[in-house]
Design a protein. Structure first.
Length: 182
């Protein structure tokens, strides 16, 4: 459960990005599969969104997940998963780095991220299966596994805890200014 200041900061970030994209509350709520009243509560810092909900909002706002939670100084957790943003690169391509801990017997299914996104996972401790949902790999401690994150993907533990670092690399953005004609 996130505390009030964190929820308020998250809500302001979501609202700011929604408005910057010119989306109404109804448009974003419908796209992300949320009730308009729930999105309104989240933006006001009143709701308690799941990590999945925040990911869906990031996808429909076409923005890195880290941008929505960048000002949150704490760990977010639910359903056996704890996630903390460690660092964010603002260059091109954009890169977010997360620390994640998974409880024993946890399966975390992730929806596709923004087109062109990859994840590189490094297992720090424990045992983990990770990768594209149709191609899960057993990770070895200290070894990297990179996979497409713009398709359904999954993290799965056995009967032990797993700790990992996730590097999310978004697609390189075209340097030309969109919509400007010379």
């Amino acid at each position: 459960m996130m505390n009030k200041p964190i929820l308020g900061s998250l809500g302001r970030n979501i609202q700011k990005m929604r408005m910057a994209k010119g989306l109404s509350l109804s448009q974003l709520a419908q796209a992300a599969g949320l009730a308009k009243s729930n999105l309104s509560r989240i933006e006001q810092g009143e709701g308690n969104p799941t990590i999945e909900t925040i990911w869906r909002l990031a996808i429909y706002l076409d923005t890195p997940f880290g941008d929505l939670i960048a000002s949150l100084e704490s760990t977010m957790g639910e359903n056996g998963i704890q996630v903390q943003l460690i660092d964010q690169g603002l260059d091109n391509p954009r890169i977010d780095v997360y620390w994640m801990s998974c409880a024993p017997n946890t399966v975390r299914q992730s929806e596709p991220h923004i087109a062109g996104t990859t994840e590189t996972v490094t297992l720090i401790s424990g045992k983990l299966l990770a990768g594209e949902s149709n191609d899960l790999r057993h990770l070895e401690i200290g070894k990297n596994h990179t996979f497409a994150a713009d398709v359904p993907h999954c993290y799965q533990t056995d009967d032990s805890w797993a700790t990992l670092i996730i590097v999310i690399t978004y697609a390189k953005q075209d340097d030309t200014i969109q919509g400007v004609q010379s």
